[in-house]
Design a binder for this molecule. Sequence first.
Ligand SMILES: Nc1ncnc2c1ncn2[C@@H]1O[C@H](COP(=O)(O)OP(=O)(O)OP(=O)(O)O)[C@@H](O)[C@H]1O
Ligand SMILES: [Mg+2]
Length: 334
Amino acid sequence: MENNQMTKENGSNLIQIKNLKKHFKIGGGLKGPKTVYAVDGVTFDIKKGETFGLVGESGCGKTTLGRTLLRLYEPTAGTVTYDGDVIFDENNKKNNPKMLPFRRKMQIIFQDPSASLDPRMTVGEIIGEALDIHKLHQGKDRADRINQLLDRVGLNSEHSNRYPHEFSGGQQQRIGIARALAVEPEFIVCDEPISALDVSIQSQVVNMLEDMQDELGLTYLFIAHDLSVVRHISDRIGVMYLGNMVELGNGREMYADPIHPYTKTLLSAVPIPDPKANREKKRIILEGEIPSPMNPPKGCKFHTRCPFATDVCKQEVPEWREVKDGHFVACHNV
Ligand SMILES: Nc1ncnc2c1ncn2[C@@H]1O[C@H](COP(=O)(O)OP(=O)(O)OP(=O)(O)O)[C@@H](O)[C@H]1O
Ligand SMILES: [Mg+2]
């Protein structure tokens, strides 16, 4: 990853996301349906060939953002461009393209491998279905291609006739990865691909994803709670809080010099391997619970938990701005 850091940093954008929103309408209680502001105006780019790490507490909207930019969820507002092609524009909805050709280029690996594989289909059928949808390898090399994919993810051709429940969690995630790879994608949303796995096999799966990236020139959006996971694999990192991105920057810079108070809090919770340094490290404990995305605070959404909040933070939404070259922050105190 380090070797081609420079090219990536100077590289062109594969995906451009502007003011993307996904609001869910739920229920119909006494006061009518409620709105969940799951993703609430997010702007960032993903560069060709990079790993963009996306982190934040549970429920902050990471999965929703990943699915909305793929249009697996239809966005509520904003624009998404893929390699120069507009795939969603809120102002031109009638002309938004059919997604099938893009589905081949943009894949997803799911958070929960067991739930993402159809229990009634064999592994061969699962991978074969991805080939069939996109009319790839339809001839006599179809079986070879399935075996080759199984081999690539560390399984073998005998696994082809078995069902998902016959595999361990790590193997199920490998099947999910083979399914994503089958269609020769350029971009993969990796939605917490290792968080459901046993610690002992997490690094195997991460290493495999990194090797595949080098080999195939893939671009990743890598979602994680755990900053220690994304630290090693991400070129750039975006931090989300309650539906918004609050900070984005180069991975090394984000660790060495985080700017947003929320990023500082997240980083203070990451253990340092040296026990002495770890004991002496100052932890910042956030006051209060994460507010509900159905009723987010006005102004800066973080103000209810921020130790530095002032009056302006309670009233005005902070602007998302570039404070250093390539380093973006939304905070009134910066
Ligand atoms: N289909 C849906 N309908 C209604 N609300 C939803 C839906 N999907 C997600 N939400 C809500 O949107 C918010 C963001 O959820 P999301 O799954 O994107 O969070 P996340 O950051 O991926 O969390 P985790 O780290 O736990 O996976 C949550 O409040 C969630 O309850
Ligand atoms: Mg999620």
